[in-house]
Design a protein. Structure first.
Length: 267
């Protein structure tokens, strides 16, 4: 962690998403699958929603919400990525949301809050933007995500250079997610986890898809030097030798919480 407590370089996050906007269509199917898994949670409540905020949906969340008859405003830190969404769209930093109190009855953040330095602060801002009895529905990578890649890169870099720089973002564990909702004032907070396992027959496809999704390293203490040429081929080869391809685990934490007020039926 840096001296001022910030873990992530927000300028790098924006630049990575700017760059990824031109290629995000190549991972739209995967992103849409994750978004559909998240939005399936809406079928577990009898509450009907009319106005939603989509945070960082990369062009896939807003159309899915509108298919459900929910008017949707999208926002993104990156102007280029914001433009991938259907209008209305707002360019906005998740750490400084520009929406007034009680603006939405649903806020959806599909795999978009894990580059935020002050996640409690963002969750509080989201709660303020929700109408009474409005719902937050969010997913983010949890501890264990990309564990295979993290271990392979650390081992390969240690062998090549005698040390290892942080190359995979730190992720919260499930207990952190559950306690965050409670600490930031949500009613009926729930956090659970779903493991998704992928296998890439082309080792480089994993790196290409992470880049296309805007998920490249934005840790402030990352090594800015060009990595050894052998680093990624060596790490991917080690991962591939353990399976019929390159295995990747995505551990998705799903967080749901209600803005306090009243007692609507939510079964």
């Amino acid at each position: 962690m840096s001296d001022d407590g910030r873990i992530f370089d927000r300028r790098a996050v924006r630049l990575h998403r700017d760059r990824a906007a031109a290629h995000v269509d190549s991972v739209a199917t995967l992103l849409r699958d994750f978004a559909e898994r998240l939005l399936d949670r809406l079928d577990d409540t009898t509450r009907r929603f009319s106005c939603a905020l989509d945070i960082g949906g990369r062009g896939v969340v807003a159309p899915l919400l509108r298919q459900r008859g929910i008017e949707t405003v999208s926002c993104d830190l990156s102007p280029a990525m914001a433009a991938c969404n259907p209008a209305p769209v707002v360019v906005a930093d998740e750490e400084f949301l520009p929406f007034g109190p009680a603006s939405f009855d649903l806020v959806v953040a599909s795999l978009s809050l894990h580059w935020v330095n002050d996640l409690p602060g963002t969750l509080i801002q989201v709660r303020h933007a929700l109408r009474p009895d409005g719902l937050l529905l969010a997913s983010l990578p949890a501890l264990g995500t990309l564990g295979e890649l993290r271990a392979a890169l650390t081992s390969a870099e240690a062998a090549l250079t005698g040390g290892a720089a942080p190359r995979i973002s730190p992720f919260p564990d499930l207990r952190d997610c559950a306690s965050l909702l409670q600490r930031t004032g949500y009613a009926l907070p729930v956090a659970d986890v779903e493991d998704v396992r992928l296998v890439y027959t082309d080792p480089l496809a994993l790196l290409r898809e992470l880049r296309a999704a805007g998920e490249t390293n934005a840790v402030r203490l990352r090594d800015h030097r060009i990595p050894p040429r052998e680093l990624f081929p060596s790490a991917l080869a080690a991962m591939q030798s353990q399976a019929d391809g390159v295995p990747v685990t995505l551990r998705l934490a799903v967080m749901t919480g209600w803005a306090p007020a009243g007692s609507p039926c939510r079964e």
